[in-house]
Design a protein around this ligand. Structure first.
Ligand SMILES: C[S@@+](CC[C@H](N)C(=O)[O-])C[C@H]1O[C@@H](n2cnc3c(N)ncnc32)[C@H](O)[C@@H]1O
Length: 390
């Protein structure tokens, strides 16, 4: 999408983006370039200036994009059902939500979970100090009875715990390396000062990035063609390990848009999956107004499964969001709620369609359940098992 048809921000936001751009140019400094991964990290998380750190409140209908929990409360009701089921196997359990956005999922889950089977505690690991404030306000306002059983963490838990970890649209927001195949070798895509702004540059990939690209070629049996560009997250396994190292028993649910590796790196997807969201427009220019737009890359679920294996977690399920929600009892929740609603369930049905239809969020979004020490297969994954595609 050309820049000139994206909506103009007001002057104060333009100045905000300029300040972040100046900080990025400083990082580029005399070396002349920084890896794209570092650029994405700064654009999203630079303290006080990054997209998620600056207090611009950009999630939801009035912001840049809408996530499943922001559409309504059905998504949270379904997740509450899976928490209760896993909790029944574990006895006392807790929930750890990673990257909680506006806190809507936490508030809706806690207000809908059956009190007799509720978690003992709900913890939120959120790296944005600004979003933590938003989440605290939301919990105080929407579920005041829970205020003393919701806790915020700066780091993953250090003591052993058991329960359910939930991360909705978090992996896509982790910074990614971009690479390009050039003359049979692998280049690392970097960001440079082009003189009139920020732009792409390339250099030979460092060993770790090259090894990661060669691994995916070997795994898929595809030799990526000259000029092929895509993304990869070589730090995913270390991140997953840090999150789940102390999960003694339980289930970690990762929900995101993505593909198994064989589809992610298809020859025809030669421009990769990098995507930016600005005021409900999706486009592919990551240098447009840094700090004012979201930058994401799709998730390679095979890489997540490999990371799980390295961390000693079992892939207990992998399916589409639609089948996951139906496995969690979406149809039952829908009919119970519809009977109680004033419009006979019209709004709820529209919400369910948005969450489940293949052309909306139903197929694009996928769910992986990583278990440790569980005896029973989670019901959420019982309807359609896509693990064979990993
Ligand atoms: C796309 S938003 C999704 C928010 C929410 N889960 C939802 O579905 O509405 C990504 C969230 O993950 C947080 N985040 C990103 N990386 C994180 C990390 N390494 N640890 C904790 N939170 C993180 C961001 O600050 C933000 O709250």
């Amino acid at each position: 999408m050309p820049r000139d048809i994206l909506p103009e921000p007001p002057d104060d936001l333009k100045r905000h983006s300029e300040r972040l751009r100046a900080r990025i140019l400083e990082a580029i400094g005399t070396s002349g370039e920084i890896p794209f991964e570092q650029y994405m990290e700064m654009a999203l998380y630079e303290p006080g200036l990054g997209y998620y750190s600056a207090g611009l409140h950009k999630l939801g209908r009035s912001g840049d994009f809408v996530t499943a929990p922001e559409i309504g409360s059905l998504f949270a009701a379904c997740l509450a059902g899976q928490c209760v089921e896993t909790g029944a196997e574990l006895g006392d359990y807790e929930v750890l939500e990673v990257g909680a956005g506006t806190g809507r999922l936490a508030a809706d889950l806690l207000s809908q979970v059956d009190p007799a089977h509720a978690p003992a505690r709900y913890r939120i690991l959120e790296r944005s100090a600004d979003l933590q404030r938003v989440q605290k306000d939301r919990i105080r306002q929407d579920v005041p009875d829970w205020a003393d059983r919701v806790e915020w963490l700066e780091q993953p838990p250090v003591e052993a715990w058991h329960g359910v970890l939930i991360a909705n649209e978090v992996i896509d927001a982790l910074s990614a390396e971009c690479f390009e195949i050039r003359d049979g070798g692998v280049d690392q895509l970097c960001v440079t000062n082009t003189g009139d702004g920020l732009g792409w540059s390339t250099r030979p990939a460092p060993e770790r990035l090259e090894a990661a690209v060669r691994h995916l070629e070997k795994d898929t049996g595809l030799a990526l063609a000259q000029g092929y560009r895509s993304e990869i997250r070589p730090r995913l396994a270390a991140w997953l390990d840090s999150l789940t190292a102390t999960l003694a028993r339980g289930l970690a649910l990762f929900i995101d848009y993505g593909y198994p590796r064989s589809e992610y790196y298809l020859p025809e997807r030669r421009e990769g999956t990098l995507m930016c969201h600005y005021r409900h427009r999706a486009h592919d220019d990551p240098f447009f107004l840094p700090g004012l737009q979201d930058i994401t890359a799709w998730v390679d679920f095979t890489a997540l499964a490999e990371a799980a294996d390295a961390c000693g977690l079992a892939v207990d399920g992998y399916t589409s969001q639609a089948m996951f929600l139906l496995g969690c009892g979406l149809d039952r929740v829908l009919s119970e709620r519809s009977a109680e609603s004033e419009d006979g369930g019209l709004a709820l049905n529209a919400e369910a369609r948005q969450l489940t239809l293949p052309g909306m969020m139903g197929e694009r979004f996928q769910v992986m359940g990583l278990g440790r020490g569980l005896q029973h297969e989670p019901a959420a994954f019982s309807l359609r098992d896509l693990r064979y595609r990993l």
